[in-house]
Design a protein around this ligand. Structure first.
Ligand SMILES: Cc1ncc(COP(=O)(O)O)c(C=O)c1O
Length: 364
């Protein structure tokens, strides 16, 4: 792919490595540039890196009206050699196309996506925040741009990649367990719907439930299936629990659950972690009974943002609270977090091909 570069002049862009004083937070900062590519006349075209700036878009652009828009989320890390490495980005590119299929967006070659992201990180590498545990958050997304008000798939799209220097999710490791609201009122997805995609609308649909969770003192919602009998996933994480023999259980992937790259990676690490990890249907009643009997000793969520979020307790809409173990962060979760972040940060060798260096193809 031949990318066109229209870069900011040196006087307007970062020319020294970013060394933030305080915590930069998550997703707040932008870099100097973004990657763009358009789909029109039946093909993806005009790959380019341009200054980060607002889009010009028709008020009738179909993504604004009918939500035909998808995204991905990934992270890159700086290793001790001073180079930036992406983590399993090929899996994000694959998932982008699974999402695309679900909301009728045209296929975008996975190598094109990877080349786009690598080229952008390379150009803006001085924006990598030099801070313990920091990362470069990567946000690729595709949205419909055709100016038309009839409901059918758009004929025009834009693929954009933006990156955001972000701080450590846990400044001092996984210390705090969160509470989740198990909702029988709100549902994230139904079979036959868009739950298995990272479609923008899924997140709009979760906002009201998220507000309700906050009213219960919960960080997020643990969604059930539409019959309120099975555990599905959390708003932005897959769910898991740990049995007292150390076995990790993740709900089976269905068409209502997003296939988390973190979950899949942890399943692939079972040998290194030294425990059995399996997927199965998790019935709500059995889950609660197993927590109460002590058969389940830990629980949490897997996702790119935090890697693992330990859950100390669950609350129902009738205010019943169920505490997992002693309500604190358990040893299995601590170990998963340590191994996973060591691989991401290049402190430990992971499986072949998981971390890939962002090549220096341009003068920074
Ligand atoms: C609904 C949902 N489930 C699960 C996940 C975790 O997926 P991953 O591990 O690929 O970040 C996310 C975040 O991307 C999500 O939005």
């Amino acid at each position: 792919m031949e990318i066109t570069y229209n870069l900011k002049p040196d006087s307007e862009r970062r020319i020294e490595q970013f060394k933030p004083d305080g915590d930069v937070g998550f997703g707040k900062l932008r870099t100097d540039h973004m990657f763009l590519m358009d789909y029109r006349d039946g093909e993806w075209q005009d790959p380019r890196i341009v200054p980060y700036a607002p889009f010009e878009m028709a008020p009738g652009a179909m993504s604004l009206h009918y939500g035909q828009s998808i995204f991905e989320g990934a992270k890159a890390y700086m290793h001790d050699d001073g180079e930036i490495y992406t983590f399993r980005l090929d899996k994000n590119a694959e998932r982008m196309n699974r999402s695309a299929e679900i909301v009728c967006i045209p296929y975008l070659d996975e190598q094109v996506q990877l080349d786009a992201i690598n080229a952008l990180i390379d150009v803006d590498r001085l924006w990598f925040p030099m801070q313990q545990g920091a990362c470069m958050y990567i946000r690729p997304f595709i949205f419909a741009t055709e100016d038309r008000l009839s409901v059918s798939p758009s004929n025009q799209y834009t693929f954009c990649v933006m990156i955001s220097p972000s701080g450590a999710y846990y400044a001092a490791g996984v210390n705090n367990a969160i509470r989740l609201l198990i909702s029988k009122k709100f549902h994230r997805a139904v079979s036959g719907g868009t739950g298995a995609s990272k479609a923008a609308g899924n997140y709009a649909a979760s906002l009201r439930a998220g507000k309700a969770a906050a009213e219960y003192g919960a960080a997020q919602v643990l969604y059930l299936d539409s019959t309120n009998t099975q555990i599905e996933e959390v708003g932005a994480m897959n769910h898991f629990h740990v049995l007292k023999d150390g076995t990790i259980i993740i709900p089976e992937f269905t068409d209502t659950i997003l296939q988390s790259i973190t979950s899949k990676s942890i399943m692939e690490l079972s040998e290194i972690l030294g425990c059995e990890i399996r997927q199965e249907t998790v019935m709500l009643d059995q889950f609660i009974a197993d927590i109460q009997s002590g058969e389940i000793v830990e629980a949490g969520g897997f996702g790119t943002a935090a890697v693992v979020s330990p859950v100390g307790s669950y609350i129902f809409e009738d205010n019943t609270v169920v505490t997992v173990g002693d309500g604190k962060v358990g040893k299995h979760i601590q170990r998963i977090y340590q191994v996973y972040t060591d691989i991401q940060n290049g402190k430990m060798a992971g499986p072949e091909g998981w971390v890939k260096k962002v090549e220096r193809t341009r003068q920074a």
